[in-house]
Write a protein that binds this ligand. Structure first.
Ligand SMILES: [Zn+2]
Length: 330
């Protein structure tokens, strides 16, 4: 492995649509990175085969083999237990139920492996290598089609008693709000995500609202997404701006809850919808300020996520590093 005598870790970010695999050192410097499509519809075996193929390419790209790795970290969507390494269920991986994913990967690669929820992995990535560096108490949220999150308390990810803590997007904001995928109503992500933004736009257009949003979506109601609405808003469209303000309002309500409950030093915000930037975030922070305890609001700093699409894969690797430094066994 040439001049590099660093401790090396393999990170795997398993998503519903893509698999990212990377070899990284302890500073979060990636020696290789492999990106491939998740064959989610073909089922569990096909997905695991794809993960292992991706791992093979990432190792080859870094000119190393499995014995050169200190450990393997896996970030996966859905509910999982980091202690047992079992993935219970995942809305993005149809048919997966109680899969011992950690043990499967560990056996295939012959390396100690660790499993963590993907949003928690992203939080750990930002903690070690991104916008949360140096913080002891911090909340990470990713706002895209849904809202995911991770809670860092005293420098460690908080995963709860059975590993499923940090489902920030399913905090109920409106008890009679829209139906959520989780079965509940009015969860934060049904009101403040990209999906919520597009749903409201379609609803208002069907009611006959005057807007240029459709023009930014090829005239197709089904193609309306956060990007199209943001474009229309930038072009001065009144409805588009009103809809973004509504999402910002709900984003702020949820942020106020998090600030009051956790009193964090930093809230790091990532995900596609946050790319709207100040138009969305400034009014959200203002709403949070009006609702949160003054003392707690004054203590918090908001930061944009720094690692982009690499937060999950780097965080999975960092989680594995943290675990082997702790002694490696559960
Ligand atoms: Zn929900």
């Amino acid at each position: 492995m040439g001049e590099n005598r660093d401790t090396l870790v393999l990170g795997i970010d398993l998503g519903g649509t893509k698999i990212l695999t990377a070899v990284t050192n302890t500073q979060g410097k990636m020696l290789s990175r492999d990106h491939s499509i998740t064959p989610a519809k073909e089922g569990q075996e096909a997905v695991i085969k794809s993960i292992l193929e991706s791992v093979g390419r990432a190792l080859a790209q870094a000119h190393i083999s499995t014995p050169d790795l200190a450990a393997v970290g896996i970030g996966a969507p859905g509910l999982s237990n980091p202690e047992t390494g079992v993935l219970f269920t995942s809305p993005n991986l149809p048919g997966w139920k109680d899969v011992p994913l950690r043990d499967i990967i560990e056996k295939e690669l012959g390396k100690k492996a660790f499993l963590i929820n993907d949003a928690n992995a992203a939080a750990i990535g930002e903690l070690y290598f991104g916008a949360g560096r140096g913080a002891l108490n911090f909340i990470y949220i990713t706002v895209s089609t849904g809202i995911g999150g991770g809670i860092i308390i005293d420098g460690k990810i908080y995963t709860g008693s059975t590993g499923t803590a940090g489902e920030l997007g399913h905090m109920v904001i409106d008890d009679e709000g829209p139906q959520c995928n989780c079965g509940n109503k009015g969860c934060w992500e049904t009101l403040a995500s990209g999906t919520a933004l597009a749903r409201e736009a379609r609803h208002r257009i069907k009611e006959g609202a005057a807007t240029s949003i459709l023009k930014h979506a090829d005239g197709d109601l089904e193609k309306i997404n956060a990007e199209a609405i943001h474009e229309a808003a930038q072009a001065g469209d009144r409805l588009a701006n009103e809809l973004i303000a509504r999402i910002a309002y709900y984003l702020g309500v949820g942020l106020a809850n998090l600030i009051n409950i956790f009193n964090p030093e930093v809230i790091v915000i990532g995900g596609g919808l946050s790319n709207i930037g100040d138009t969305l975030l400034k009014p959200a922070f203002k709403e949070a300020k009006q609702r949160a305890f003054k003392q707690a609001y004054q203590a918090v700093r908001f930061a944009r996520a720094e690692l982009g699409r690499n937060s999950g894969v780097l965080g999975a690797a960092a989680f594995a590093l943290e675990k082997i430094n702790e002694g490696g066994t559960q």
